[in-house]
Design a protein around this ligand. Structure first.
Ligand SMILES: [Zn+2]
Length: 50
């Protein structure tokens, strides 16, 4: 099983609208590239941009 492959994408913070480059895990997890803690505004809820 190779369930660790991540896809690069873009996502927008639900709170402040900032857009980040993110890693998208196969299980739906989203992790901002270069800021693992989430958005600087303090939220970590992101909406993936398609
Ligand atoms: Zn934010």
């Amino acid at each position: 099983m190779s369930g660790t492959a991540k896809t690069k994408g873009a996502a927008r913070c639900d709170e402040c609208g900032s857009v980040f480059a993110v890693w998208m895990a196969p299980d739906g997890d989203i992790e901002p590239i270069g800021s693992r803690a989430g958005c600087p505004c303090g939220k970590s809820a992101f909406r993936v941009l398609q």
